[in-house]
Design a protein around this ligand. Structure first.
Ligand SMILES: Nc1ncnc2c1ncn2[C@@H]1O[C@H](COP(=O)(O)OP(=O)(O)OP(=O)(O)O)[C@@H](O)[C@H]1O
Ligand code: SF4
Ligand SMILES: [Mg+2]
Length: 291
């Protein structure tokens, strides 16, 4: 495994209150292949990812994170991550290991630009001179400059149109295969998971509720939340007048997560036991096996 996360808990204290947006998360990422972390907004996906790279300050973190190689990130909005007043070539070079000669850095940077499908001339441009898709390619090149063994792509295409989204995800997949680099794709879209991942972890209210090989989880989802996410994926073959399906309600904030199963106020299969403080595990997951 390139990454093993065991019982991760992330806690923030503010205004005399304690908020625990990630509570007891365990999952692993195999060395080769692509793993997804999927869930609605506010479920704790980004916090989990940031904890992996020790990028969280002000948080109290417990649990075990075993990372067996370098990790690099691609985030949702490239304009927030790129320096607007630095040429993109320089920004890509910044991630490279120290001690390389100037010529070697430039050659490597130009090679990276080419491998993400950008012309060498882009090196002299500023981020604002590039399109959103091109900026995200620069972010991928910057991440690759660090020679990571694990690339965490946190909603890397949410800000892009669908055609560019496909190009960027295809690019990540190709590069990951070429470099034998593991990918952790973070998304709220199970449609993307089915296309771009081998393993999936479904996250709700700071916990992993279901995980396994994508083929088996998507063909036989057990947890009602996974079923809800799957039903909400728009289908091209649906009748034109079919109503859009969604999961009723929204994810509450961490300080208001319900007792018992946190999903119970929104779950069509909830019973009285589901809201009990003694609740342990969703009955739909009987005989459940982690991958
Ligand atoms: N620094 C912080 N201090 C306190 N609470 C935080 C902090 N960062 C995030 N949170 C809260 O933790 C919860 C999970 O946040 P996180 O960003 O991990 O969600 P997410 O699953 O990545 O959502 P999205 O899909 O919108 O990116 C949210 O309710 C958020 O408000
Ligand atoms: S524990 Fe109950 S409320 Fe929670 S997902 Fe399972 S059936 Fe639904
Ligand atoms: Mg996020």
């Amino acid at each position: 495994m390139i990454l093993e996360v065991e019982n991760l808990r992330i806690e923030f204290a503010f205004d005399g209150k304690v908020s625990v947006p990630v509570r007891g998360v365990s999952f692993s990422v195999p060395k080769a292949g692509r793993t997804a972390l999927v869930g609605e907004s506010g479920c704790g996906k980004t916090l989990t990812a940031l904890a992996v790279g020790s990028l969280l300050d002000r948080a109290k973190i417990s649990g075990d994170i075993k990372l067996n190689g370098r990790v690099a990130y691609v985030f949702q909005n490239p304009m927030q991550s790129l320096d607007p007043v630095m040429r993109v070539g320089k920004q890509i070079e910044e991630g490279m290991e120290k001690g390389l000669s100037r010529d070697a850095r430039r050659a490597q940077m130009e090679q990276l630009l080419e491998s993400v499908g950008l012309p060498r001339e882009c090196a002299r441009k500023y981020p604002c001179e590039l399109s959103g898709g091109q900026q995200q390619r620069v972010m991928i090149a910057s991440a690759l400059a660090q020679s990571p063994k694990l690339l965490i792509a946190d909603e890397p295409t949410t800000a892009l149109d669908v055609t560019t989204q496909k190009e960027v995800l295809d690019l990540i997949r190709r590069i990951a295969d070429e470099r034998e680099m593991a990918v952790l794709l973070i998304t709220h879209n199970l449609g993307l998971v089915s296309r771009y991942s081998d393993y999936v972890n479904v996250m709700y209210a700071g916990q992993i509720v279901e995980s396994g090989a994508v083929k088996s989880v998507l063909s036989n989802p057990r947890h009602p939340y996974t079923k809800g996410l799957l039903a909400a994926v728009p289908r091209i073959d649906a009748p034109r007048d079919a109503p859009l399906v969604d999961i009723p309600g929204t994810v509450p904030p961490p300080w208001a997560w319900p007792e018992g199963c946190a999903f119970h106020p929104r779950c069509p299969q909830a019973t009285k036991e589901c809201s009990s403080p003694l609740f342990k595990k969703c009955p739909c997951l009987t005989d459940y096996e982690q991958f």
